[in-house]
Design a protein around this ligand. Structure first.
Ligand SMILES: [Zn+2]
Length: 275
């Protein structure tokens, strides 16, 4: 477990295609003394924080002062796994590139740059009381715990079906980092008609066909899809601004509910402690 604030050891850049815009985007990562992760787009600084989340329909988007950055969740998860608490990310487009559909490439780049530790603590948010949010049969709830423990269940049509997974040692759950995003084949047309997913391909998403995985090499893990939902949740939880401590149980959750959980936690200072 990391104990102190950290940043990256050197400046580096990562380029890739935006999933929804289909345009090439370059990210430039800069070390930061100030606490927290923030984006700089069109000269505006946007905190990667739950109270700046403006859209949760297909990804988590943050916005401030008329500037916005979408699809931040996989990058946020990469920062979580690499133990980075402070970083400034300059971005020359409206969306973080999708890379291979997971957090793997961002995680590797941060790891190569190395981690610089500051003396300051105050990096953890511990949940002190049970908090729960629901929407129809989907929910995400959290109870007090001294580590981060996540149980996730999903339910889709065959061949995905029901999948459930518990991760007790999230900081070292490496199979989560490179589990890719996924889409049902029949959803692709509607998403494309809405002008989205222009950059989507078998190189950056798992596509679930009528009765099988369409990607020629199949899945990276038997539970890759539920793993990816855990990855999204970790990225979204990291927008609380701290490393999250609690026992999280989620069923069919998504970016909207994940954000609502954080808003609910922060609505009452008795729900949490920072240390
Ligand atoms: Zn995702």
């Amino acid at each position: 477990m990391i104990k102190r604030q950290t940043t990256i050891n050197r400046i580096f850049k990562v380029s890739g295609i935006g999933l929804h815009t289909g345009r090439e985007v370059t990210l430039e990562f800069l070390p930061r003394r100030e606490f927290g992760i923030a984006f700089v787009h069109n000269g505006r600084t946007i905190a990667a924080r739950y109270d700046k989340v403006a859209d949760t329909r297909l990804s988590t988007q943050v916005a401030e002062d008329g500037a916005s950055v979408a699809t931040i969740e996989h990058l946020m998860a990469a920062f979580y796994f690499s133990g980075i608490t402070n970083c400034l990310v300059y971005i020359d487009g409206p969306e973080v590139p999708i890379m291979d559909g997971s957090a793997w490439e961002f995680y590797q780049e941060v790891w190569r740059a190395g981690v610089y530790e500051f003396p300051d603590s105050g990096v953890y948010l511990k949940v002190l009381r049970p908090v729960e949010v629901r929407h129809n049969d989907a929910y995400v709830k959290v109870k007090p715990l001294n580590t981060l423990d996540i149980t996730m269940s999903i339910e889709f049509r065959a061949p995905v079906g029901k999948q459930k997974k518990q991760v007790t040692d999230v900081e070292n759950a490496f199979a989560i980092i490179n589990s890719r995003t996924f889409v049902l084949h029949e959803e692709i047309e509607a998403i494309r008609k809405a002008g989205l997913a222009k950059g989507g391909s078998l190189d950056n998403a798992v596509v679930i066909g009528g009765d099988a995985i369409v990607n020629p090499h199949g899945l990276r893990y038997k539970k890759e899809l539920v793993n990816h939902k855990i990855l999204d949740l970790i990225g979204d939880l990291y927008t609380c601004g701290f490393r999250f401590l609690g026992r999280v149980e989620a069923h069919k959750t998504g970016h909207y509910l994940n954000n609502l959980l954080l808003k609910e936690i922060f609505s009452d200072p008795a729900n949490y402690a920072i240390y």
